[in-house]
Ligand binder design. Structure first.
Ligand code: DC
Length: 238
């Protein structure tokens, strides 16, 4: 199902890539610099996973998870002005910003995000959000499934050791425990699940620009993406 009727694809930048490729940091910075909203789709998969865990629902029981999830409004309040901060995310009025970053949610989210019914539910919410506002939308399938007609599609990657270092730094800045060997195992496991699942696996979207961020600074990557975006806009208006 493509969103060819989307009203706003002109003003959308999609950023996809594996865990630790720098997507969130870069997406927030670009959103702030260009003046777009920021949509963190991973946070939405984490929120649904938290609902399943807290209600002791079997992580493979799609119907029960969806039934429960429909009782909540998931709301994102992007902190694009502070690239070091996570997007604030709410279940109804409850702030779950930090709850969804627990190791437990991190381990369970790959299982829940494989379920087709859950993906359909969240993709529809994500399209509603990106139809309403010019945005940078970031995740695993934003350029391939959520907004395939976006004007600028980016795929970020980096070598595994660099991704482990970044994740470690992130955990340390949140005062969460980190162990490099464990982090590497978790990232490799998530890469495998995310890129081999049947529904919407992590792929390089058609017409995406691939950037290997290994050894690049945040500014270098964001400058490169902004150049690509401005070129795409120019080409479109020719
Ligand atoms: O980017 P993140 O680590 O917060 O994402 C959490 C999980 O959600 C990740 O393991 C894969 C899944 N995800 C997905 O399947 N599709 C997306 N568009 C975003 C995230």
């Amino acid at each position: 199902m493509k969103n060819s009727n989307s009203k706003n694809t002109q003003n959308i930048i999609t950023i996809d890539g594996p865990a630790g490729s720098g997507k969130s940091t870069i997406a927030k910075l670009i959103a702030k610099d260009i003046g777009l909203s920021y949509i963190d789709t991973g946070a939405m998969y984490r929120a649904i996973t938290l609902i399943a865990l807290e209600n002791n629902i079997d992580l493979e029981d799609e119907e029960a998870i969806l039934e429960k999830a429909k009782n909540y409004t998931i709301r994102l309040d992007s902190n694009a002005s502070d690239p070091d901060k996570y997007t604030n995310i709410y279940l109804n009025d409850r702030d779950i910003t930090m709850d969804i970053r627990s190791r437990e949610v991190g381990e369970a989210v790959s299982i829940v995000s494989k379920l087709s019914g859950i993906r359909k539910f969240l993709v529809s919410l994500q399209r509603d959000l990106s139809d309403k506002q010019a945005s940078v939308i970031e995740g695993r399938d934003t350029g391939s499934v959520v907004c395939p007609d976006a004007i600028c599609k980016i795929y970020l990657t980096a070598d595994i050791d660099e991704r482990v270092k970044r994740r470690e730094k992130q955990l340390n800045s949140n005062r969460q425990k980190s162990d490099r060997v464990q982090i590497k195992k978790e990232i490799e496991n998530r890469d495998k699940i995310d890129s081999t699942r049947k529904d919407s696996p992590l792929v390089i979207p058609d017409n995406a620009h691939v950037i290997d961020t290994t050894g690049m600074s945040i500014k270098q990557v964001s400058d490169e993406i902004k150049n690509i975006y401005h070129k795409e806009i120019k080409n479109k208006n020719k």
